[in-house]
Design a protein around this ligand. Structure first.
Ligand code: AMP
Ligand code: MG
Length: 356
């Protein structure tokens, strides 16, 4: 299959430039015909298909090499469109939509009969999000209003934060890729389940527990997410897979700055003796102290949005640079740090070393 690459600039779209509108019309038509289009959102790039067409969902799983028990998120552009795909909309969904939509929040709700089981991985619930990226919103409208879209990476690889990484993974596998530049947030949406007794976070993200608590009162967090020894499967089926993973081996290093630097430098020297490259994900407070072959500085320790935005890009760059061993500083904490640590731990297959 030949994959068409088009560029749509959010500003030009806003200015009403016809070419951008035409391009999105063409992209929408591909979805209506049952094809697949990758598109930018504010979190990561999505791989879209018609959410109400079971054949489209099957194609998404095939293009990604994704296990078909891992359900897709349906992206909508207008709140009234929720009614068609959700059986009963709880008040809490409207409260959250009011504050966080359009934006990086996915809600799990009871599905209606309109939604095929191929899209929900066999579940009776459906995941729904309204993204805030203007190109995504316009594309969803052109596509008929319901776009099922997981992240646009091959299953197991880090989610794409730039169109060039979508091209790397999806060229020849899908009909079209919309290049809308880099993303803002860089981590997948927060997922909150509204089908249980109490709202529960199934995947941490930019919208934090603290932010959700303000709107809904106490929100719980899936206890399996941070319990490394948990025998129970996470409640979001996708969270059980070792995803977001780079080719090399990643380890998180936790401890005092001195101990972290000396441990990573010792390991670097060992790997170097064996002719292997080492990479580090660190913060600007540590600039100049790492001796690794590839040192990625995410910004200040205080700036968690910068760390989130660049994390997957760094993992992809390490792959391109053939880095065999990677070490990351630990970012344990509350708020958005929960999302950063969740993705880092998954990328590292939960390997974390404590040094003193
Ligand atoms: P991705 O689109 O690649 O970010 O993956 C979507 C995530 O949403 C996966 O972790 C899924 O398991 C999760 N998800 C989608 N639908 C549901 C659902 N109905 N219930 C629980 N988790 C879901
Ligand atoms: Mg994904």
């Amino acid at each position: 299959m030949k994959t068409k690459l088009i560029r749509v600039d959010a500003q030009e779209l806003h200015d009403g430039k016809n070419e951008s509108r035409e391009a999105l019309r063409e992209a929408g038509e591909i979805i209506r015909q049952g094809g697949l289009v990758a598109f930018p959102t504010e979190t990561v790039y999505g791989l879209g298909g018609d959410a109400l067409n079971p054949e489209s969902s099957k194609k998404i799983y095939a293009a990604k090499g994704r296990p078909s028990d891992n359900p897709l998120i349906i992206h909508i552009a207008d709140i009234k469109d929720l009614e068609k795909i959700v059986k009963e909309i709880p008040q809490s969904a409207y409260q959250l939509a009011d504050v966080f939509w359009p934006g990086p929040l996915t809600m799990i709700l009871p599905k209606s009969e309109e939604v095929p089981y191929q899209t929900t991985g066999g579940l009776n619930t459906v995941a729904v999000r309204m993204p805030s990226h203007p190109v995504a919103l316009e594309f969803i409208r052109e596509a008929g209003g319901y776009v099922a879209a997981p992240s646009a990476n091959l299953s197991g690889k880090p989610s794409p934060t730039k169109a060039k990484y979508v091209v790397q993974d999806m060229d020849g596998r899908i009909d079209m890729i919309i290049d809308g530049d880099g993303v803002d947030i860089g981590l997948e949406s927060t997922i909150v389940d509204l089908t249980g007794d109490k709202p529960m976070i199934l995947r941490p993200g930019y919208i934090t527990k603290e932010m959700l608590d303000i709107v809904l009162g106490q929100v719980e967090t899936d206890p399996t997410l941070f319990d490394l020894d948990s025998k129970e499967a996470p409640k979001a089926p996708g969270m059980k897979y070792r995803h977001y993973a780079p080719k090399g081996e990643l380890v998180l290093v936790e401890g005092s700055p001195e101990a972290v630097v000396s441990y990573i430098n010792e390991q670097t020297s060992l790997h170097r003796q064996q002719g292997e490259k080492t990479g580090v994900i660190g913060t600007s407070e540590m600039t100049g102290r790492y001796e690794a072959d590839s040192v990625k500085i995410a910004g200040s320790r205080e700036d968690e949005t910068a760390i989130a935005r660049q994390l997957y890009t760094f993992l992809r760059e390490f792959d391109d640079e053939d880095v065999a061993y990677m070490y990351a500083e630990s970012f344990a904490g509350t708020g958005m740090r929960q999302a950063i640590m969740n993705r880092l731990l998954k990328a590292a297959g939960h390997k974390i070393i404590k040094v003193n």
